[in-house]
Design a protein around this ligand. Sequence first.
Ligand code: F6P
Length: 531
Amino acid sequence: MSFPRCDRTAAWAALQGHFQAHGRGLDLREAFARDPARFDALSFEAPEVFADLSKNLLDAATLHFLLDLARECGLEARCDAMLAGAPVNLTEGRAVLHTALRAPRGAAPFSDEVHATLDAMLAFADEVRDTTRSVITDVVNIGIGGSDLGPRMAVAALEPLARSGPRLHFVSNVDGHDIDAVLRGLDARRTLFIVASKTFTTQETMANAHAARDWFDAQGGTDRAAHFVGVTTNLKAAAAFGITRTFGFWDWVGGRYSLWSAIGLPLAIAIGSANFRAFLDGAHAMDLHFATVPLERNLPALLGLLDVWYRNFHGFASRSVAPYHQGLHRLPAYLQQLEMESNGKGVDLDGAPLPYGTSPVVWGEPGTNGQHAYFQMLHQGTDVIPVEFILVRQPAHALADQHRKLLANGLAQAQALMLGKTTEQALAEQAPTASATLDRAVLARHRTFPGNRPSTTLLLEALTPRSLGALIALYEHRVFVSGALWGINSFDQWGVELGKALCNALLPRLGSGDVTGLDGSTAGLLKRLVG
Ligand code: F6P
């Protein structure tokens, strides 16, 4: 299967022409004034997610050319290849089948293994959360990256469903402060440790697992086998560590795509098996949408194409995610790994350096907190940063007034980014905190908002296991789309190797203080740290 790289297509050239002629000058305020149906034309339905793309810097012609680009790059065939289990992770010679983890029995490759492990994992999760069968009051997940961010994010998102089960804790950092803070106050007899590591070799996780085991022994803990479980593809290493109960997964599940596998065990313990299955179902519904809905209405495809449009034509190097739901406070961190580890690549599939940008910087905080921190820059700074608002119609609490305020804030920020405020409008206002002595014209320029700043709004009816599953799968596929168009391997992560190797080489020097052969800066810092 061979398709041209995006910059070698006719559609790319057409997009460049379109950008110069129309795209760069598109004004959202004028676009809405010209076309009263713009919202309807540019909003889309996918399972559990309604998406308003109308406040983005695009029009029908932009979409037309972007869809041509997707077709010329063979997006649909590439998607089919991934779903069928082709080795699309070329540099590791692996299939990429996280979608198989959430498919119904018999509907995807490796179904027997997947469902056998899922059934066993969920039975165990239900046992742990059942206070009549289990003494466990606290569960500590030890893992990092994909073995931490997903379950940590999802447990926080679905916290209202987790109240009847044991408390969930997460330890990821090799910094001992992390595990030290978590272990304080726990009772070894009532604590279950999950050592989650695809490879079971990751330095941070192994250091924390050993610290947990030492703590358990020192607390007088007995029956390690009942208090430590492993989630890994490396069953041998888990056994060598002394773990007898293990839930496996497979090399065709990337770490950052592994939440749907046994890596989801903390989430399953938190919300129970039925809710976990609903979480998988939501993701599967999004998979079907991605696999079957024409590109014109295919939400992951449209979002991925928009990402390419912004990154490579508008030159926007960053995207901010603003979930207006406190439960989604870890979503930006989760998305950072998903998108930046997947698409932060500089060579194409043939290893040729890319002449265009790839992954944007993805970052954010939940609304409304971000508004009181960095939104100033989003509104008036010199860079344009597309923002993604996530609004949830129904809260899981009864504080209706606060929820209305939250939604009003989310809508208002998107509106302010788009509408801005002219200097004339600012001049006509009397700002109560403004200096009374400063020239009014100067003041008005400080109080001007350029506007025309793009945003997307994703709307969920409620934050449920099913809608969360669909939302996360939407993001996964969107990352696949931009990665496929950029012609990169979204499924390896060689960029994390070098630092790991250098760390291993430096480690003994932190004991000995030997700086022979080191670069001047590292040598200078090491001397100060050791001396
Ligand atoms: O940071 C690199 C990485 O390999 C991630 O891709 C992965 O999610 C994380 O480390 C943890 O790896 P493991 O699950 O093997 O401990």
